[in-house]
Design a binder for this molecule. Sequence first.
Ligand SMILES: O=C(CO)[C@H](O)[C@H](O)COP(=O)(O)O
Ligand SMILES: [Fe+2]
Length: 236
Amino acid sequence: MISSKLARRAIISPSLLASDFAKLAEDASNIISLGADWLHVDVMDGHFVPNIAIGFPIIKSLRKALPDVFLDCHMMVQDPEKWVEPLKEAGGSMFVFHYEADIEDYEALIAKIRDNGMRAGIAVKPYTEIDETIYDLIKKDLVDMFLVMTVEPGFGGQSFIEDAMPKLKKLREDFPHLDIQVDGGVKRSNMDISIKAGANVLVSGTGLFGQDDAEQIMKEMKAGIDEVTASEEESS
Ligand SMILES: O=C(CO)[C@H](O)[C@H](O)COP(=O)(O)O
Ligand SMILES: [Fe+2]
């Protein structure tokens, strides 16, 4: 079925990578009280990406501080299979692995994630093609969310790569009900591009954290989502 209609109204998952780690729980609960839907947690292993960010003991503390929040965990790790149980034990809600990582059997990895009570997501870097293997996994209903990266993974604060939009648009046309996330350089000023292409889960790090007017930005982002959604519905 081909349709450009959004799967549902877009939601916001602020990336904690841009928060102040010395007051992580406070920053996390503030952003939730401003209207964030999920929290995006970037886990890096120093191999898949040349950086190290949030690890399992920190996620465990975050889960303790915020028992009911959905923790959308972006696993930038070379060997995802190894980290499924640690993430489950730490309290992750969704395990999003990279298609480009070392994975022998995608279906087995997804089964393991789901058997551990988490949602399973697949991420691709901005210039990775969405190929037949990915299409098959989505058609078999094995992908709870698909993440299209709009920066090269590893660091916050980079510029949005618009070149990733055509493949996102095609994915939305082919899968009207799939949750599709964008992550990297997404801000109030450019988020319409991703929503119009079909994204319905928006990650924003430096666009929200550390901003004096985060409350106002969050309001504007929500209003922007409503506007784009309404105009999409009108034209469909
Ligand atoms: O996965 C990531 C980096 O690899 C981050 O989630 C992403 O960069 C969000 O931060 P910003 O909005 O500042 O780009
Ligand atoms: Fe991320």
